[in-house]
Design a protein around this ligand. Structure first.
Ligand code: HPA
Length: 246
């Protein structure tokens, strides 16, 4: 059986229902991951859980050591990653509470370490990234939604912004023109680093707010938290189902 990991984001810093049998501190050549790796059983399947922002949600998106996180998972034999992301909805059909399995990425981040090969580069390390997500894993997430009768939108471009601030209305307007369907702060370089280590990677995104300028007024944490609670309950159902199929 392939070893599967779940990277949890905002609203999923712990995985309720995970029967943890080991917490392992892994040190990588790139430093320390956001947290110890939690090895456990989730609905009868072996999984490894890593909270992207740390157990106490103290690591902001621009400070996450993405290389250490992915390298640590690779070191312990992970071959598949399901990434969970709380994002802002840009496209009309992605209102708060909606789930989507992204199929493309535009990277607006800067200053983040983008590669494991920065200090040891050669021309063969320009890897293909035309299709940033693993299609079978995307389909597995969509199938889980179908089985559970939970609506999940198939596809959409994830625009990765630097954070930790939310975007301006003008930035979102530009991102919409670029073709972004949703906006989050952690999708890159996480997805590419997984590709570099040949780890199958897909993201299940939960819209927690309309992106800046797309609703009346400003974005509040209260609004986000309210949507997170209900939405993450659905995400956990999907995770419980999808890992049975892996
Ligand atoms: N922008 C960026 N990241 C986010 C948002 C947003 O509106 N909502 C949740 N994560």
């Amino acid at each position: 059986m392939t070893q599967l990991a779940i990277i949890g984001g905002t609203g999923l810093t712990s995985l309720e229902g995970l029967d943890i049998h080991e917490k392992r501190t892994v040190i990588t050549p790139y430093g320390k991951p956001s947290s110890e790796l939690l090895f456990g059983n989730f609905h009868g399947q072996s999984v490894i859980f890593l909270p992207r922002h740390g157990g106490g949600h103290t690591v902001p998106p621009h400070r996450i050591n993405y290389r250490a996180n992915i390298s640590a998972l690779h070191q312990v034999g992970v071959e598949k990653i399901i990434a969970i992301a709380a994002v802002g909805g840009i496209r009309d059909d992605l209102p708060p509470g909606c789930l989507a399995v992204a199929d493309q990425i535009i990277d607006y981040t800067y200053g983040r370490e983008q590669s494991f090969y920065s200090d040891d580069f050669s021309s063969d390390k320009h890897l293909d990234f035309s299709y940033p997500y693993d299609e079978p894993l995307r389909q597995a997430l969509l199938q889980a939604g179908k089985r559970l009768n939970i609506a999940i939108v198939d596809g959409g471009t994830y625009g990765a912004t630097q954070g930790p601030r939310l975007e301006t209305a003008a930035e979102i307007k530009r991102m919409a023109q670029d073709g972004c369907a949703m906006v989050g702060m952690t999708g890159m370089p996480e997805a590419y680093l997984a590709r570099e280590l040949n780890i199958q990677y897909a993201t299940c995104a939960l819209m927690v707010n309309w992106a800046a300028g797309l609703s009346e007024g400003i974005i509040t944490m209260a609004e986000i938290e309210q949507t997170l609670a209900g939405g993450m309950a659905q995400v956990k159902q999907i995770l419980a189902d999808v890992i049975q199929s892996q």
